[in-house]
Design a protein around this ligand. Structure first.
Ligand SMILES: CCCCCC/C=C/CC(=O)SCCNC(=O)CCNC(=O)[C@H](O)C(C)(C)COP(=O)(O)OP(=O)(O)OC[C@H]1O[C@@H](n2cnc3c(N)ncnc32)[C@H](O)[C@@H]1OP(=O)(O)O
Length: 713
């Protein structure tokens, strides 16, 4: 766990606890023993702490026991012999706290530093909130600690975290340095003994404002700020007491459990399992050496960029030269933007673009491992493209479709290789968003699934395997939330009432601000297509579609030319087309009132609790139905999809974790209550799995066993 290597008067303590050198119990004990051994050995004059591979990524989140990291940090700092941290890879959380307790820090140029504690709902409570401001000053500490972000070695050097940045072997350099300072006095090298520079109120106010915006609803960042600030006014020992007392507040808030669940859920989600038993453990994917993307619109160019960024050569294909040129210009513009923002260098940009090919028509696609079709959502068009690709591409080529809702089996039916057909639901912008829903059809092979998961990871996504149904996991759940948002307006709310509740819950934007952003006309078009498919003609009085309640409120606004931000008016007034600031609007309220009056809908005052429940309970209920049907293979998959794809507030863990936290019996009873009141909305019919789980009080980790047992009955 920790190798002790004594050489030429230097004791090297090298943590060896793969994969990330987390400070699990045995590591902490071994560091403590190593420090004591080195302290007692008269031949040892100085000590180096390092990690094999990487430095230390922090506490082992699964293992909290004695000695604490705080005790270790005190032991290091109070050592009579100089202690040097040799840092490569990550110095995070408790690892960072250990580093700043050492008397000197030597870092490799590619090393990373940070306090990710806030993102798992805790504080850097091993003295980090007190030592760090003493090392870098209050302003920098109040910036970095609540942000949870990583910084590189160069910035760490600028801030004074690191004494020296090296290109070569940091451990060798540190050992050499440790030898050179043997016997030197350490008084001014003990961080806890330093005063805090720049302890000014103004920094606190600005930092609190930023944390409330960037870490909306999260307690830990705010507590970190107050503890670091208070500590700057107190002697170190008293600051440590404040830190310990406030750590209890966050430890008992409930957010810690949710955030740590989210951390592990995100790492569990790519580990797939199919109903047939095939899984990531048993089936290997085929690597993708080159690919083609059909369609140079927003999605196609975004997907192309995601692949190019990962070094995969891509041919971008259009049927029309004009569209192709437009897409390529957009793509080049985005890369030029990255260069001017210094996210990449011009050389990197050139290297990326050298892997881009373009083609008009599909004829050249005779030697590609993968084609991703990304044309607009039209089944007939997609089937036609798949039939043609099936004729042209080699039989082993994977044919994947980027769709947010369409039936993968129907698309696959246009080919003679349905086993190689799969849905890739990318999120906008596809080059940036982390989530990828990989949708398996009835006939998609396990090898195709394995390849899609491997591909997703390679292009930097968190890929989650889902089953084939309308909207898959994310959008299927979202639709229920969107429906209820409309019904709430019909029944008496204003858009701003509903948005406020959603935003207070933790979503960045409420449903109506989102709709204004994406365009009301898009939703109306979808609704009309649905009606057409059902053979129903929509008229102003229509309130039901296939026996289900629908709302045509968006249509009323679109009919008046109000399509959202792009036209300057939607559910809010933006002042001008393309305006960004939503203002409440009398005109829109009049449209709503008129709409309700025409349909004889009586408006009433809707309570806050009802708004919150009607927005989120149908979505949660749908999540349980998705588990019940095997569309998702574990609750972590659903939560990951919502955390990454829909900005669900992380400190509640995701919809499934949140339901569990509130109590499944309570959730079930409230769904039953609304089911009695809203018989024309199938989304209120309670999930059988939820009913069963609520009655049996099954722990979350065993939910799938209950679902699988029920499906076998
Ligand atoms: C109740 C907790 C109380 C703690 C009290 C004391 C507090 C001390 C302060 C802390 O140090 S809290 C921890 C702070 N550190 C972190 O939050 C770091 C978390 N890890 C990461 O950010 C990343 O893992 C990484 C270090 C940047 C590496 O990223 P990479 O993409 O290379 O690998 P991953 O897939 O993320 O991880 C590999 C593997 O390791 C597991 N893991 C990572 N970090 C931890 C950890 N801190 N504790 C336990 N396990 C960890 C991760 O789950 C993966 O496991 P898998 O089984 O392979 O999926």
């Amino acid at each position: 766990m920790v190798d002790y290597i004594a050489r030429d008067g230097v004791a090297l303590l090298q943590v060896n606890n793969p994969p990330v050198n987390a400070l699990s119990h045995h590591v902490r004990v071994a560091i403590e023993e190593g420090l004591k051994k080195a302290g007692q050995d008269p031949r040892i004059k100085s000590i180096v702490i390092s990690g094999k591979g990487s430095f230390i990524a922090g506490a082992d989140i699964k293992d909290v026991s004695k000695p604490t990291i705080l005790e270790l940090c005190d032991l290091i700092e109070s050592s009579g012999k100089p202690v040097v941290a040799a840092i490569k890879g990550f110095a995070l959380g408790g690892g960072h706290e250990i580093a700043i307790s050492c008397h000197y820090r030597i870092a490799h140029e590619k090393s990373k530093f940070g306090f990710p504690e806030v993102d798992i709902g805790i504080l850097p409570a091993a003295g980090g909130t007190q030592r760090f401001p003493r090392l870098v000053g209050l302003e920098a500490a109040l910036d970095l600690i609540p942000s949870g972000r990583h910084i590189g070695a160069a910035q760490a050097f600028k801030l004074g975290i690191v004494d020296k940045v090296v290109r070569g072997d940091a451990v060798e350099e540190a050992v050499k340095f440790a030898k050179s300072i043997a016997g030197e006095p350490l008084v001014d090298r003990r961080t806890s003994q330093r005063p805090v520079m720049g302890a000014e109120n103004a920094f606190l106010a600005a930092a609190v404002k930023l944390a409330m915006k960037k870490k909306k609803g999260m307690i830990a960042p705010i507590v970190c700020l107050s503890v670091s600030f208070m500590g700057s006014l107190l002697p170190f020992e008293q600051g440590i007491q404040v830190e310990a007392a406030e750590a209890v507040v966050v430890f008992t808030s409930g957010q810690m459990g949710a955030l740590q669940y989210a951390f592990f859920a995100q790492r569990a989600a790519p580990k797939w399992l199919l109903p047939c038993g095939a899984s990531f453990k048993t089936v290997k994917g085929r690597p993708i050496r080159n690919a083609a993307v059909i369609g140079a619109g927003t999605m196609g160019t975004g997907i192309t960029m995601a692949m190019l960024n990962a070094g995969i050569p891509v041919t971008l294909v259009e049927q029309d030269r004009k569209f192709l040129d437009k897409g390529v210009s957009l793509l080049k513009l985005l890369y030029a933007g990255s260069v001017s923002l210094r996210k990449i260098t011009q050389d990197q940009c050139d290297a990326i673009l050298s892997k881009l090919n373009t083609a008009v028509g599909y004829k050249s696609l005779t030697n590609v491992d993968l084609v991703i079709e990304a044309v607009y959502e039209n089944m007939a068009l997609k089937k036609q493209i798949f039939a043609e690709l099936d004729r042209i591409c080699p039989p082993e080529t994977f044919l994947w479709t980027n769709t947010s809702a369409l039936d993968i089996d129907e698309i696959a039916s246009a080919t003679r290789r349905p086993d190689k057909v799969l849905g890739t639901h990318f999120f906008v912008p596809a080059y940036h968003m982390k989530l990828l829903e990989n949708v398996r059809g009835k006939l998609t092979s396990a090898e195709t699934v394995a390849s899609a998961q491997m591909f997703g990871t390679r292009i930097g996504k968190i890929p989650v395997v889902v089953g084939n149904c309308h909207g898959f996991v994310g959008n299927r759940m979202l639709h229920k939330y969107v429906y209820e948002a409309d019904f709430l307006i019909e029944e008496g709310c204003w858009p701003e009432d509903v948005d406020m509740v959603a935003e207070n819950f933790g979503l960045p934007l409420g449903p109506f601000k989102v709709r204004d952003l994406s365009g009301l006309d898009i939703r109306v078009r979808g609704l009309l297509e649905q009606a057409k498919a059902a053979g129903i003609e929509i008229n102003p009085a229509t309130r039901f579609l296939n026996g289900e309640r629908i709302s045509l409120l968006s249509k009323s606004l679109v009919d008046k030319g109000h399509c959202g931000r792009k036209t300057g008016r939607g559910f809010y007034n933006y002042g001008k087309p393309g305006g960004k600031i939503p203002l409440n609007d009398r005109f829109i309220k009049d449209v709503i009132v008129e709409y309700c009056a025409e349909r004889g809908i009586e408006r009433r005052k809707v309570a806050y609790q009802e708004i919150e429940e009607r927005l989120f309970l149908p979505l949660i209920n749908e999540g349980f139905k998705i588990l019940e049907e095997g569309i998702a293979s574990k609750p972590e998959d659903i939560d990951t999809i919502w955390l990454l794809g829909y900005a669900w507030p992380r400190h509640t863990g995701g919809p499934m974790y949140y339901a569990n936290m509130v109590g499944l019996d309570k959730i079930y009873n409230r769904i039953c209550h609304y089911n009695e009141l809203h018989k024309h909305s199938a989304h209120w019919q309670p999930s059988l799995l939820l009913k069963k789980l609520a009655a049996s009080k099954t722990p979350m980790k065993d939910w799938m066993e209950v679902a699988q047992a029920s499906s076998k009955l």
